[in-house]
Design a binder for this molecule. Sequence first.
Ligand code: ADP
Length: 499
Amino acid sequence: AALNNGDSASVNKLPSVKFTKLFINGEFQDSVSGKTFESIDPRTGDVIARISEGDKEDVDIAVRAARYAFDFGPWPRMSGADRGKILMKWAELIDEHAEELATLDAIDAGKLYHICKNLEVPAAANTLRYYAGAADKVHGEVLKMSRQFHAYTLLEPVGVVGHITPWNFPNTMFYIKVAPSLAAGCTMVVKPAEQTPLSALYNAHLAKLAGIPDGVVNVVTGFGPTAGAALSSHMDVDKVSFTGSTQTGREIMQAAAKSNLKQVSLELGGKSPLIIFDDADIDKAVELALIGILYNKGEVCVASSRVFVQEGIYDEFEKKLVEKAKAWVVGDPFDPKVQQGPQVDKEQFEKILSYIEHGKREGATLLTGGKTVGNKGYFIEPTIFSDIKEDMLIAQDEIFGPVMALKKFKTIDEAIKSANNTKYGLAAGIVTKNLDTANTLSRSIRAGTVWINCYLAFGDDVPFGGYKMSGFGKDHGLEALHKYLQVKSVVTPLYNSPW
Ligand code: ADP
């Protein structure tokens, strides 16, 4: 894959970044310490902007604002319909500002600009619309209980939520977390990943324009072990919703347990299998396998990082796969011809390269890729290893880069066993025309999402979340709305009872 320097006018041009400070109680402000950190452009390693570095004191101030807005402010007391109206307005603003949001994610995270502008940013607006429409459909049940009593349940917002988000889908993840919790009537503090703080701050500005009351949505930028940890161990935060690595998820759950036993939901790592059977359309399967691992340069929690192919088509599949991977265009994410931008930062870039070296040392066959692209920035070639043994590190660890582990299999039972041979359980893909095979596999694989003859197909109404060490608690769907609600049972005597 050659580095495509591109010819679009926006290449290498840095937009001016408007919002660089913490957003608390409806105002952009400096951190208490006055410290800042650099946001880096992964295309070049250059500094894009200096961002306020929030720490414990800033989290305290933000949580106080969110607490006040929850205990005394209008947001939880408004009708669902009124909340929905504001969320709908916010969705319109996202569409109007799609270029800015796409640009920020492209320069901050190395994401493809055109995919962001045409796909991911409009999808984020639709996420808000989905929950806007659900906000006035939240209700409990009436329960018969007994002859003397009856009961009903109230669904109440869980309170102040801390959202801790990762760097691979900065804008999308902001809305996946914020939209259902707002519809539920919660108030919140968002801690975006330190690698990619820009779109979250821009979104805070849009929240204000949309009419979200002060203190309801606060954004504290800063690092994980400081600002993130302050949020997950805060005594006045009622729930933490986290997406990120399994190790950090563990730390967040410990912090929650040690502080106020706040509720936790965790969307963590994956090592998702894609299983391709002899009866598959080979060209389509090759396409799915490549998109599955190369979308967003492999920085995707559900990336199809393990691909199992049945022996009858294996050779032809491998040949076509390698041909297409070699032709994959790596380069500037603003160039519409480019299919893969730079990895998010130097740390991830080096981590991926060290896994590639590990794969070679472990004795896997490097079919293509394995090298960096260009002489600046964090670009890596699409990389495919075959002759995988399942205990190899590259077949077990989440690499979070454009690195595929390819393996041949014979029988359905062998495929099921291999698919489940992981501590993770986020997603899986099956490619076959045989309904019995598809049904058997979709019930046998321990994963939260199974894609049959497709991959990376997400929907606002389709719950998403892991099994096993990929976490618990769902994003998307009404499940996500309910994760920000709690059930209160109210009991009352029916008629002149002895009570
Ligand atoms: P990665 O290791 O790939 O950067 P993380 O899971 O560490 O992924 O990061 C996801 C989010 O979790 C980021 O917003 C990060 O700042 C935050 N984070 C990291 N460490 C902690 C921690 N100890 N407590 C709370 N949040 C954290």
